[in-house]
Design a protein around this ligand. Sequence first.
Ligand code: NAP
Length: 278
Amino acid sequence: MSNPHKAAVIGWPLTHTLSPVIHSHWMATHGVDGVYEKMPVAPDDLGSAINKMKMEGYVGFNITVPHKEMIIPHLDIVAPLARLMGAVNTVKIDENGVITGFNTDGIGLVANLQKSVASWPKDKPALVLGAGGAARAAALGLLNEDLPFVMISNRTREKAETVAAEVGRGRMVVIDWNSRHEAAASSGLIVNTTVLGMHGNPALDVDLSRAGKDTVVYDIVYQPLITPLLNEAAERGLRTVTGLGMLVYQAAAAFKIWFDIMPEYDDVLKERLEAVFR
Ligand code: NAP
């Protein structure tokens, strides 16, 4: 009889994470005999934690704040997308102990968009607000779509310039933070990847009054699930996408990497996750 599969999420501090709910559900649904653990790992203990998981035969693990970048020197292989993002959110440990890092955030971001709205105006550019790790994921995901170009606007303009230069493939335009309102008016898709709107932060101030009626507003912040930005967009009759699906679909891509099974965001999982926010 083979040993149960072990996987985990590591981070510090690791107070609230939905990953165990998601992966445990899929393990049960797909008959994967295993456990998915929540493993708080302090930055100084990162190397020893990875070694321990390797020795104990873990199939892999997810990585959250603050380890997404600092894990890279500990890996044997970094997949091209993760290399481009400079961050890893999923690690696979193969049967020979080879450790490979992936980043599934961009896949999750676009999959959620595609599953949530049938279409969005692709004859107009998309606007990404923010220039952190999640903005890179958004940029990389959206650059694969058939859009004229992708605009990026960030409070610290230099960071947006760096993202455009490093991942933009000549198809990203940097917009000054003060000009985000005009940019929103000409976008078919507005994606918030800043921390604004998250619990404990002010709301994102972006003028939606001139946005086209077919514009989609996507907020990847999921705490709260319905951010002030999404509230306002809905009141204006615009279609909205919450950040919860991104979390689920980036997890689905990780599950596929570990178990070669692409799981579904089924109604039972939806109900379990939504219950957390009620
Ligand atoms: P990050 O790398 O720390 O980036 C934070 C971004 O927020 C930066 O662009 C920063 O601008 C901006 N920002 C912070 N305070 C601001 C303010 N007062 N005014 C204007 N801009 C401000 O964070 P991240 O990893 O990209 O994550 C960003 C958000 O996405 C978080 O809320 C996170 O929970 C969410 N997220 C969701 C998912 C999901 O699965 N749904 C996945 C990943 C992340 P500056 O550069 O000017 O500081």
